[in-house]
Design a protein around this ligand. Structure first.
Ligand code: NAP
Length: 246
């Protein structure tokens, strides 16, 4: 099976590094028109952009904080100006800022909820305007298993991701009539370049998994590629756990 994304316009929020940058590379290899979004990691975004445009000229990068409606409007306007449409929005930008509840500050709570939940809301609200006009679109929200299971020391993160799941289910009900699908993906612990050596988290994730977690980043990327392509038409309002949690 080949996944061909030629001419698909795909926006990936938070794609300067981590999972988002891997998605950008994978979409680019399938000839998509891609929008790299970053907030603070200008150097990483520039590096990724320079790598991509060597083989795919249909790539732009836009600085936008997903918590700012003005920035999201800029992201939206520049996407339309350059590519004229939007096929897939992937809400990937996310942060964690962990603490046990008694030590957790209100600022830590607010920032995590702001980026992880408010950001998804703002991007969906803004980009679905055009998707409704087009009568087509796919929204993929990256949540987390922690939004279903909770995690000690991560009340803010777990609450934000549980919020993303509820938001996804409700939005899918609103947008289905416009031929717009909305789904959430819940990865478990993903091995990236950043946490490959984070031995405690990796060890715990391995203990809880039925399968080796070494390849779960590739599994996640391939899953999202498939969802973004014309191979998948009518799936919406679903929460996919991409993991092998016991
Ligand atoms: P990461 O490596 O920390 O990357 C996070 C990305 O989000 C960066 O590109 C960052 O860009 C961007 N970002 C942060 N705040 C932003 C803001 N206000 N506006 C725009 N972009 C912003 O994270 P990751 O591990 O790749 O995770 C990606 C997504 O998967 C997140 O939603 C995360 O919760 C979810 N997830 C990850 C795992 C895992 O094990 N890695 C597991 C489950 C779910 P800048 O640096 O440029 O701000």
């Amino acid at each position: 099976m080949t996944i061909d994304l030629t001419d698909k316009v795909i926006v990936v929020t938070g794609s300067s590094w981590g999972i988002g940058s891997k998605l950008i590379k994978a979409f680019s290899e399938e000839n998509a028109k891609i929008v790299i979004n970053y907030n603070s990691s200008e150097t990483e975004a520039e590096f990724l952009y320079n790598e991509i445009i060597q083989h795919n000229p249909n790539c732009i990068k836009i600085k936008a904080d997903v918590t700012s409606i003005d920035d999201i409007k800029k992201l939206y306007n520049e996407t339309i100006l350059n590519f004229g449409k939007i096929d897939v929005l992937i809400n990937n930008a996310g942060i964690c800022d962990d603490n046990l509840i008694q030590e957790l500050t209100d600022a830590q709570w607010r920032r995590v909820i702001d980026v992880n939940l408010m950001g998804v809301y703002l991007c969906c609200k803004t980009f679905s305007q055009l998707m409704i006009k087009q009568s087509f679109g796919k929204i993929i929200n990256i949540a987390s298993l922690k939004g279903q299971e909770g995690c000690e020391g991560q009340t803010n993160y777990s609450a934000s991701k549980a919020g993303v799941i509820g938001f996804t289910l409700a939005l899918a009900k609103e947008l289905g009539k416009y031929n717009i699908s909305v789904n959430a993906i819940c990865p478990g612990f993903i091995v990236t370049d950043l946490n490959r050596h984070n031995n405690i988290k990796k060890m715990l994730a391995e203990k809880r998994s039925l399968m080796s977690i070494e390849h779960n980043l590739n599994d996640l990327i391939n899953f999202i590629l498939y969802m973004s392509s014309d191979k998948m038409h009518s799936v919406s309002g679903q929460v996919f756990n991409v993991d092998s949690r016991k």
